[in-house]
Ligand binder design. Structure first.
Ligand SMILES: O=C(O)C(=O)CO
Length: 326
């Protein structure tokens, strides 16, 4: 039987939060105040948030002092329904001592699957191939047409070696890769589980055949992948980003892809999001772009929604959050 809790109010910032999460919150005493606008409207949130005990933030708009002020001093906790929290003013939460949760961990499998999809799609010209069919330019009679890069015998590099990178590395154990390398500030103690080697940022750039970015966006990582970085990469390399668009200088990436500095890119994340339909990146034959859908599976979305709900319930019941963000 679920634990009974004194009634409390939770603002739910999006109308499509999966029902199991809402049911869980309600079964433990929550009155849910659900915002109805899609995309979420700041005006509606600011109108509905005053007086709530908790905020369930199910989208990526700035979560900052203005929202906390509007909520009021009775606010006890907040959880995002996301792994990344680059849109949250964390120092403001710390200053006020408001517990903040997020949902890493449960996202790793669906994002890892998608990252491998992007490695193959970009390395093997999925986008250009499709376009050539549409242009009636099917040239299979040319032996060197659509020559791509294989994962087999490749050096796979990761920028960041948390749950997502490790889930990709785990999947790649049976793909006959040459080597797995990664760059993080400090070596990960469990890297031996993946036969992965900690390397410098320069080595990562120079040695990777496929370079996958799966690290948080911070002041330190912002635009880490810029012209200088792409210049150090192999001309045959495939660059994949499943983290945040802000880690990449997109103009420099566009240049690297058009000048042949790198071979191809697969992006699930861009700046801005949504990417405008006239973005020059969309015109490139060697760039596969997806609309930030790494966690868009039913299973993962439900797991994320339940984790966010449990973060809130724990805090309301005086327990540490399951996945605190600070
Ligand atoms: O959970 C997140 O932060 C995501 O970006 C999902 O793709």
């Amino acid at each position: 039987m679920s634990r009974a809790t004194r009634a409390f109010k939770v603002l739910i910032s999006h109308p499509n939060v999966p029902a199991p999460a809402l049911e869980l919150l309600r079964s433990r005493g929550a009155e849910t105040v659900i915002c109805q606008s899609v995309p979420p409207s700041r005006e509606e949130i600011l109108r509905k948030v005053p007086g709530v005990d908790a905020i369930y933030w199910a989208h990526y708009q700035p979560l900052n002092a203005a929202i906390l002020d509007a909520a009021g001093s009775q606010l006890r906790c907040v959880s995002t329904m996301s792994s990344g929290i680059d849109f949250v003013d964390i120092p403001e939460f710390q200053r006020r001592g408001i517990p903040l949760g997020h949902t890493p961990g449960v996202v790793r499998n669906s994002v890892a699957d998608l990252a491998i999809g992007l490695m193959i799609a970009a390395g093997r010209h999925f986008h250009a191939g499709r376009t050539e069919i549409e242009r009636s330019q099917w040239k299979i009679e040319q032996i060197d047409w659509m020559m791509g890069q294989e994962i087999r015998d490749s050096v796979i590099g990761f920028f960041g070696f948390g749950g997502i990178s490790q889930a990709i590395a785990k999947r790649l154990q049976c793909w006959d890769v040459a080597k797995i390398i990664y760059h993080t500030r400090t070596r990960k103690e469990n890297d031996g589980d993946f036969k992965a080697e900690h390397v410098s940022f320069e080595q990562l750039l120079q040695e990777s055949d496929f370079l996958v970015v799966a690290a948080p966006l911070t002041n330190e990582t912002r635009e880490k992948f810029n012209g200088k970085a792409f210049d150090l990469m192999k001309r045959s390399s495939v660059f994949v980003n499943v983290a945040r668009g802000g880690l990449v200088n997109q103009t420099d990436l566009h240049d690297a892809l058009t000048t042949g500095t790198i071979f191809a890119a697969g992006l699930d994340v861009t700046t801005p999001e949504p990417l405008p339909a006239n973005s020059p990146l969309l015109k490139l034959p060697n760039c596969v772009i997806l609309p930030h859908m790494g966690t868009q599976t039913m299973k993962t979305t439900i797991e994320m929604s339940l984790l966010a709900a449990n973060n809130i319930l724990n805090a309301i019941e005086g327990q540490p959050m399951i996945r605190p963000a600070y």
